[in-house]
Ligand binder design. Structure first.
Ligand code: PLP
Length: 396
C-alpha cells in the first residue's frame, strides 16, 4: 500500500548530512577525521546577541509573535536592507521565517503550479531541488560554459514553463561572486521575460574577499522590483545557524501568500530568535569583520595549497566559505575512478574510509567530477585535509 506521495520520491535526505553523520560515527569510534564538509560557521554567536536573547526570555518575550515577525524584527530587517543594500521596502514587503530555507521553500510553495520549472545555474545549492519537487515543481538546470552564467546562456535556458530563476551570489557551493556588470547583463536577459520571478539568495553577502561588496541584483535593476524576492538571514553572517531565523523581502502579494502558508504551518519563528536577530542586525559589526578576516586567510591557504597540485583546478572563491575542486583531470588520468559515472561520489567515500578526510561530492550540486570543500574550519584541518585530498586525487 502506497502511503507516501509520489512527489516525495525526489525529496531525499541530503548526501551532505549523510557524510556528516558518517564522520560523527567515525569520530565516536575514536578515529580522527579532517572534515571539510561544514555548511556553517565554526564561530560562536556574538555575545551581545546571546545577551539580547536572554534578556528577551527574562522579560517574558516567550509567546507567539505576529506571523511575519514582530514589529521590531520587521523594522530591523527593513533598516538592514536600506542601510546595507540601498533597498527600501515597506512593512508589507518583508517577513521572517524559520531560516532562509523556510522562506525560500514557502516562496516556491505558494507560486509553483504543478510542472512549473525553476531554473538553477550549475553548480546549485542542493536544497533548492528538494524544495522545488516538494512544491510540485521541476528543477531545470543551466550549465555555464565558464565559471558564471552569462546573459546569453540565461536567455537560451529560459523555457516556456520557467517560473523562477534562482541566483545565489556569493554561491554555495562554488564561492563565486557575480560582478556588477555580470548582474546587469543577467538583468537585461530577465527584463525580456516579465513572467519569470527571480529569487536572489543573498545569505552569504557579508562573506566576501573582494574590496567591494557583492551587489544586490535588485539594487542594480530597480525596474525588476515587482518580481525579485530577496532571501537572506542571520545564519552565516552572525554564526546563528541554530537560531533558525531568515528573512525575505519582495512583492507584497507573494510575501502575503508566504505568510498565509506560514500561519497555517509553523507560525512565526521563535520569539527569542527574533529578539536576537534585532540585536544582530542593529548591533556592532566587529564580529562579522573578524570572521571575514579569518575566512579570507583560510581562502588564501586553500589557494596556496592548490598551487602545489597543478592537476587540480579550483576557481578562486571570492565569497562564502566553500571551494569547488575540479578533479576531472585527476580522475581520468588515474586508474581507480576513471570509468565511473560519478567518480566524485566513489572518491569521497574512498577518501573518508582510507584517508580520513571528509568532503562533499560535486554530484550533489549537479557537478560530477568535482568535490566541494568548506573552509569554515581551522587552518590545521584545512592544511592537512586538503593536502591529503589533493594528493590522493592525483595519485588515485
Ligand atoms: N541559501 C544557501 C545558498 C545556503 O547555503 C543556506 C545554508 O546552507 C541557506 C540558504 C539556508 O540558511 P538558513 O536556513 O540557515 O537561513
Amino acid at each position: 500500500q502506497k502511503r507516501v506521495a509520489d512527489r516525495m520520491a525526489m525529496v531525499t535526505t541530503s548526501k551532505i548530512y549523510e557524510a556528516i553523520a558518517k564522520v560523527a560515527d567515525m569520530q565516536a569510534q575514536g578515529i580522527k577525521v579532517d572534515s571539510l564538509t561544514a555548511g556553517e560557521p565554526d564561530f560562536d554567536t556574538p555575545a551581545h546577541v546571546i545577551d539580547a536573547a536572554i534578556k528577551a526570555m527574562r522579560e517574558g518575550d516567550t509567546h507567539y509573535t505576529a506571523v511575519r515577525g514582530t514589529l521590531a524584527v520587521r523594522e530591523a530587517v527593513r533598516q538592514k536592507f536600506l542601510r546595507e543594500n540601498g533597498l527600501s521596502f515597506s512593512d508589507d514587503e518583508v517577513m521572517v521565517g524559520n531560516g532562509s530555507k523556510q522562506v525560500i521553500s514557502n516562496a516556491l510553495a505558494v507560486t509553483l503550479e504543478p510542472g512549473d520549472e525553476v531554473l538553477l545555474p550549475v553548480p546549485y545549492w542542493a536544497a533548492y531541488t528538494g524544495m522545488v519537487y516538494a512544491a510540485g515543481g521541476v528543477p531545470a538546470f543551466v550549465r555555464p560554459s565558464g565559471d558564471r552564467l552569462t546573459a546569453q546562456e540565461l536567455r537560451a535556458a529560459m523555457g516556456p514553463r520557467t517560473r523562477w530563476f534562482i541566483l545565489n551570489t556569493p554561491s554555495n557551493p562554488s564561492g563565486l561572486v557575480y560582478t556588477k556588470d555580470e548582474l546587469l547583463a543577467l538583468g537585461e536577459a530577465l527584463r525580456e521575460r516579465p513572467d519569470v520571478l527571480i529569487l536572489s539568495d543573498e545569505i552569504y553577502e557579508h562573506l566576501h574577499y573582494t574590496p567591494e561588496r557583492p551587489e544586490s541584483l535588485l539594487k542594480l535593476c530597480p525596474d525588476l522590483a515587482g518580481r525579485i524576492l530577496v532571501a537572506n538571514g542571520v545564519s552565516k553572517a552572525f554564526a546563528m545557524t541554530g537560531w533558525r531565523l531568515g528573512f525575505a523581502a519582495g512583492p507584497a502579494d507573494i510575501i502575503e501568500a508566504m505568510a498565509n502558508l506560514q500561519a497555517q504551518t509553523t507560525l512565526g519563528p521563535s520569539s527569542i530568535s527574533q529578539a536576537a536577530t534585532v540585536a544582530a542586525l542593529n548591533g556592532p559589526r566587529e564580529s562579522i569583520d573578524n570572521m571575514v578576516t579569518a575566512y579570507h586567510r583560510r581562502r588564501d591557504l586553500v589557494m596556496q595549497i592548490a598551487k602545489s597540485h597543478p592537476g587540480v583546478k579550483i576557481p578562486r572563491p571570492d565569497g562564502a566559505f566553500y571551494a569547488m575542486l575540479d578533479l576531472n583531470e585527476a580522475f581520468s588520468g588515474g586508474t581507480r575512478f576513471r570509468k565511473i559515472a560519478e567518480p566524485d561520489m566513489a572518491f569521497c567515500e574512498w577518501l573518508l574510509a582510507t584517508q580520513h578526510v571528509a568532503a562533499v561530492p560535486g554530484s550533489v550540486f549537479g557537478a560530477p567530477g568535482w568535490v566541494r570543500i568548506s573552509f569554515a574550519t581551522d587552518e590545521k584541518t584545512i592544511e592537512q585535509g586538503l593536502s591529503r585530498l589533493l594528493t590522493a586525487a592525483v595519485q588515485s
